[in-house]
Design a protein around this ligand. Sequence first.
Ligand code: DX5
Ligand code: ZN
Length: 217
Amino acid sequence: MNHLISPSILASDFGNLERDIKMLNNSDADWIHFDVMDGMFVPNISFGFPLLSVVKKHATKPIDVHLMIVDPDRYIEQFAKGGASVITVHFEACTHLNRTVNAIKDLGCKAGVALNPHTPVGFLEDIIEYLDLVLIMSVNPGFGGQKFIANTYKKLRELKKLSSGRNSKLYIEVDGGVDDSNSLKLIDAGANVLVAGNSVFSAKDQPAAIRSLKHPR
Ligand code: DX5
Ligand code: ZN
């Protein structure tokens, strides 16, 4: 599968959100990454339903919701009804992950599970067949613009190994510190969805930044 690009609107200009979403609509972006932080699971608060409705109103591409929140089951239905196509919950935030994943799928969304940098890929051994997506965090979640953690390559290779044969259609997403310096290596290691916040929105030519992640050299 050709890899997908999911720019994170956490790094966009909220004062010009409509403009930035329209830029994404007209770019090589495949999905729009929507980072929800609750100030409990992560030490930062980002945004929630009011902003999702603005994104949904303008976006022509699937919305890829990343829930960095405690006990996400409470809000899955509201995110699905609010327009999410993909809903990713954190492994570390779910007591009954199998139930949570089924709930996401029953609402008609793709179900993803995110792993913090310290969480072993092997913890997914007994759920890998049921997942549409696994998100490997390549920074500690909570903030954009952080430094990429190199151990990510090893985790991507392990995930590729775990999923091949058992779930060959799995989306393998990597999130945090992704830019032109590591995109090709990440794809080589097994990633097929690249999330990028700062490297896209701090660029002078944002569509060009997305294009170069989509066509790395
Ligand atoms: C971090 C978020 C990321 C963030 C990535 O907690 O999950 O999606 O927006 O931002 P960059 O690409 O700037 O590291
Ligand atoms: Zn994210």
